[in-house]
Ligand binder design. Structure first.
Ligand code: AMP
Ligand code: ZN
Ligand code: ZN
Length: 308
């Protein structure tokens, strides 16, 4: 291994990033992450200074780091926590919410935290929405994803935020990309991007300002910045598939540093050139009940879950 020295000040480094041929000490790593995030936000035109940003925070390292970074960069960033009602004996959602609330107090006054409690708003939380038996964990995860997307968009619309920011990192993005590529899901591929513009029936712009960082970098940022976050995974955790995709990419990465980064960046470049001409997103409609965008006429998938 050997000891790596910080490229900037020669102090002992806290992280070595072979994919960038860069090792940095704590202070210079924090500075590098924040500067790189700013460049990424500007390059992809995610949001402008002064524009209100709604940061979706789960209590995990990525989204809390994101909120801290945006706040330090001077953006008007507020938080949104969705209490999904996941307990499973370990109080997962309650504990996540506690981390978020505690974290919010470390931000300068003025940063607001919005909380949506599904049980209060809809009378049932994710496990009840997913149903007891059918589909098991896989069904629960897909319902959970749908509920989060719906509630993020609804909250942003109702509270008047022009953009939602999520904490997805490069490991998340590269795994989704690999999964979609293995099945050549072209409709998904054309829509995978660090920023998705606002869409017609009330779709709020979405941005992923940390999509250029490896998961170990966001974890290092959280630790160096003294951010207390929930370390446990959701008890119903991500399907085995997404974990396997991450493992596959990591094993390639260890033999050839930069694999994940190049995979994702080359995809973004190809996408910009028009990777799949002729593939267009299907016309969106407006849900009769909640007014959110939906691919199907009548009730959206979320409202079909929440009606009795
Ligand atoms: P995940 O889908 O759990 O990998 O999370 C991806 C991103 O979605 C996180 O980085 C957060 O920005 C957001 N997110 C996840 N869970 C929640 C939650 N309970 N409330 C608000 N935002 C969330
Ligand atoms: Zn240094
Ligand atoms: Zn609806």
């Amino acid at each position: 291994m050997g000891v790596h020295r910080c490229r900037k000040c020669t102090a002992q480094s806290v992280i070595n990033m072979p994919q960038h041929r860069l090792a940095l000490c704590g202070e210079h790593f924090v500075e590098w992450v924040e500067k790189s995030t700013l460049e990424f936000i500007e390059k992809h035109r995610m949001f402008e200074p002064g524009e209100r940003v709604l940061v979706a925070v789960s209590g995990g390292k990525d989204s809390l780091s994101l909120w801290r970074i945006l706040s330090k960069l001077g953006y008007a960033a507020d938080g949104l926590y969705i209490d999904l009602g996941i307990d499973d004996g370990c109080g997962y959602s309650k504990r996540s919410g506690d981390y978020v609330r505690k974290f919010a107090q470390t931000l300068p006054a003025g940063a607001r935290l919005h909380v949506v409690d599904l049980s209060v708003a809809y009378g049932k939380a994710v496990p009840e929405m997913a149903g007891r038996r059918a589909g098991g964990k896989k069904r629960l995860c897909s319902v959970c994803g749908l509920v989060k997307r719906h509630e993020m968009n609804r909250a942003a619309r109702e509270l008047g935020y022009p953009v939602i920011a999520t904490g997805h990192n490069l490991d998340d993005e590269a795994a989704v990309l690999l999964g979609n590529t293995l099945r050549w899901e072209v409709e998904y591929l054309v829509r995978q991007a660090p920023v998705l513009p606002a869409g017609d029936p009330g779709l709020v712009k979405r941005a992923k300002p940390l999509a250029r960082f490896y998961e170990r970098e966001t974890a290092a940022y959280a630790i160096v910045s003294d951010i207390a976050y929930i370390e446990d995974e959701c008890p119903f955790s991500k399907g085995a598939t997404s974990l396997r995709l991450k493992e596959t990419l990591n094993s390639m990465e260890s033999g050839s540093p930069g694999t994940k980064l190049h995979f994702y960046y080359s995809f973004l470049r190809a996408r910009k050139k028009g990777l799949f001409p002729g593939v267009e997103r299907s016309e969106l409609q407006t849900c009769e009940k909640c007014g959110e965008a939906t691919g199907i006429p009548g009730l959206c998938a979320f409202c079909r879950l929440t009606v009795e």
